[in-house]
Write a protein that binds this ligand. Structure first.
Ligand code: GLN
Length: 306
């Protein structure tokens, strides 16, 4: 790893650590509230395959909505451009669990990264695959090179027991005809998908395929085409942070995706993928320290896509 990356990460980590953490841990999934909120890790993987991490970069956490990029990747890989008849590619300007725009757009989600967009993607995978739960896990195991990667039953059950908004969203879309399967089965798969656990090192490695033209870094295996990879990156840039996507593009300048577990992954095509984790979230549901750290990194390195 180029030593300038290391010193940039070290400086950004230290500077961010000095800030008062104004964020709050998500409590609407009770199991997520049990996490130690002082955790703070970062890991960068560059396209030469080397990496550098600091803090709690090797501690696993619930990746939550970050998994929505991986489920989109699998559905898009199989279904191709037809996928966009079920789902749009526009920023929502709303919170991740908002119901607001469903009525306006007749059950067509604004994009695949807000909750109901990812719920439609889960429905698509259930229709396309014999065993979506198993096959999606295998897909991510292969992509991440984590042979024992698994869903967390604890987190998934905890979310399921309190997932009133997601249940409402799924039923509402079904009423417009944009859910083919039974809502209970779609939601079960959605909660499992969100419960995947990884650490920052694993997450940054996994996402290098989107910095590498859709090819897995380790063996150059094609995951998706260059054009699909470009489009997924475009969606991450415009929709990856819900109602804070503009702010993330403005301050950080990278395609990225956040999760309510406090993780964020971002990448610079042709250069690197970086993952941060700090569980306390800002009012938009994005990691407070994670956003600040990434802003520091691209400011010091001048390695943003702009
Ligand atoms: N599982 C979470 C939910 O549906 C994912 C949300 C997120 O990470 N922003 O609410």
């Amino acid at each position: 790893m180029d030593s300038t990356y290391k010193s940039i990460i070290e400086t950004a980590y230290k500077q961010t650590n000095l800030l008062e953490n104004k964020g709050k841990v998500a409590t609407y999934i009770p199991e997520l509230a049990n996490v130690d909120d002082s955790m703070f890790g970062v890991h960068i993987t560059t396209l030469d395959g080397t990496g550098f991490g600091m803090g709690n970069n090797l501690q696993k956490f619930s990746i939550q909505s970050i998994a929505k990029v991986l489920s989109l990747t699998l559905a898009y890989k199989i279904l191709g451009e037809k996928i966009w008849t079920r789902i749009d590619v526009e920023p929502s300007g709303t919170k991740f669990d908002s119901l607001l725009l469903l009525e306006t757009y007749h059950g067509i989600p604004r994009n695949p990264f807000i909750n109901y967009g990812a719920i439609v993607i889960c429905d698509i995978l259930l229709s396309l695959l014999d065993d979506a739960r198993e096959e999606f896990r295998e897909f991510v195991r292969d992509l991440s090179d984590i042979p024992d990667l698994n869903y967390s039953d604890k987190i998934a059950d905890s979310e399921k027991a309190h997932g009133y908004r997601n249940t409402a969203l799924c039923n509402f879309i079904k009423s417009f005809g944009n859910i083919e399967n039974e809502p209970a089965a779609v939601l079960d798969f959605y909660f499992d998908m969100c419960s995947l656990e990884m650490n920052c090192q694993q997450l940054s490695k996994t996402f290098t395929f989107l910095a590498n033209g859709g090819h897995k870094l380790l063996d150059n295996k094609k995951i998706i085409s260059k054009s699909k990879s470009k489009r997924i990156n475009a969606l991450m840039l415009t929709c990856g942070f819900y109602d804070e996507s503009g702010e993330f593009a403005f301050k950080v300048g990278l395609p990225g995706k956040s999760g309510v577990g406090g993780g964020i992954v971002a990448l610079y095509p042709g250069n690197y993928a970086i993952a941060v984790w700090s569980p306390r979230l800002n009012p938009n549901g994005n990691s407070f320290k994670g956003m600040k750290l990434l802003e520091n990194v691209t400011t010091h390195s001048e390695l943003s896509i702009f």
